[in-house]
Ligand binder design. Structure first.
Ligand code: TUI
Length: 319
């Protein structure tokens, strides 16, 4: 029982996952590696290792390194557009991972494999239709992710998506997109969610391996500093505005092909995260970047967010 006075942040999600706070860390490519995931899980949230485009043997090593850092549960995010998604799915079942989240697609074909391995499956969805579908074939919870998020996004906002998904499915709903503090957590609970997933806030965590240039851009970002590129070919991505996004937008307006645009961004996220190239790299971040203004440990972040949410709920501070 966590909270202040009578207010607890124990929810269906904390009970399902056996975690202390209803806070999940997003499965961010290149960012969500074993150190960040272990730190979030150690702090009482659910840490996630992002498989992204990595082959299974690389992700397996990440899982083992996370296990050396924490005995608490953590998850693996499988990015369904990855050519390695199938081999990663088989590997996580073999490794006995407790929780899998999926993103950027429909995880239907892997569902039997995950359920047979006793894995809790939490697909990220951007619509009511996909939420209903994954719930029907056995999802244990869903992440309802609004277009305020960084990276690959859907069409709906968190404010509109979360209550509609909460009404449509019986499993716990985790709200994502535009959430960065205790106010966001409290608001998500009022929309019918049982917890939140946060990405951008964790990018600047002390335990995050993200290059200091990238962290500095997130820390200094204003509310209107993110842009969405890639809408023309059906893979919209939100990132902080820079030389690369301007060039991309220019080429997109000229009607350049998907292949030409892909060449421009190839390796862009890795360049930004690992090398600190914030001019010609892809600095993925959500709209909440404008609110993220301090580097803290995951424990400090999670405890601050939980205390703020619990305090607001107890004092009816929103009224
Ligand atoms: O997946 C994410 N965020 C991501 S993935 C990523 S790597 C990437 N980089 C460049 C281009 C494309 C991917 C960076 N950020 N979030 C979860 C998420 N899933 N957001 C939206 C969706 C989604 C969208 C449509 C899930 C399912 C869907 O429909 C699938 C279907 O078949 O109905």
């Amino acid at each position: 029982m966590e909270g202040i006075g009578d207010i607890t942040l124990e929810t269906r999600l904390t009970r399902l996952l056996g975690i202390r706070y209803p806070i999940v860390q997003g499965g961010m490519a290149w960012v969500a590696e074993h150190r960040l995931a272990a730190a979030v899980s150690e702090a009482g949230g659910l840490g996630i290792i992002a498989a992204a485009n990595a082959p299974a043997h690389v992700v397996r090593e990440e899982i083992r390194q996370a296990r050396a850092l924490t005995e608490k549960p953590f998850g693996v995010n499988i990015m369904l557009l990855s050519p390695h998604a199938g081999e990663v799915a088989a590997m996580v079942a073999e490794e006995g991972v407790k929780v899998v989240t999926t993103g950027a697609g429909n995880p239907e074909k892997f569902m039997g494999l995950f359920k047979d391995a006793g894995i809790l499956v939490i697909p990220v969805v951007a619509s009511v239709a996909l939420a209903k579908r994954v719930a029907r074939y056995g999802a244990d919870a869903v992440v309802a992710e609004g277009m305020e998020s960084g990276g690959h996004i859907g069409e709906l906002t968190t404010m509109a998506l979360v209550p509609q998904v909460a009404d449509a499915v019986d499993v716990p709903v985790i709200a994502a997109g535009g959430i960065g503090d205790g106010r966001g957590l409290a608001a998500a609970l009022m929309l019918g969610a049982s917890g939140v997933q946060m990405g951008t806030r964790f990018v600047v965590a002390k335990e995050s391996i993200v290059h200091e240039n990238y962290k500095a851009r997130v820390l200094s970002a204003k509310d209107i500093d993110t842009v969405v590129t890639g809408r023309s070919h059906g893979h919209p991505v939100r990132a902080l505005r820079n030389q690369l996004t301007r060039e991309y937008a220019r080429m997109e307006a000229e009607g350049k092909s998907f292949e030409e645009l892909e060449t421009l961004t190839l390796g862009g996220l890795r360049r930004a995260v690992l090398e600190g190239d914030t001019k010609d790299g892809t600095v993925m971040a959500g709209q909440i970047a404008g609110l993220v203004d301090k580097e803290q440990t995951c424990k400090e972040m999670i405890e601050e967010i939980a205390a703020q949410a619990a305090g607001m709920l107890e004092k009816r501070q929103w009224m």
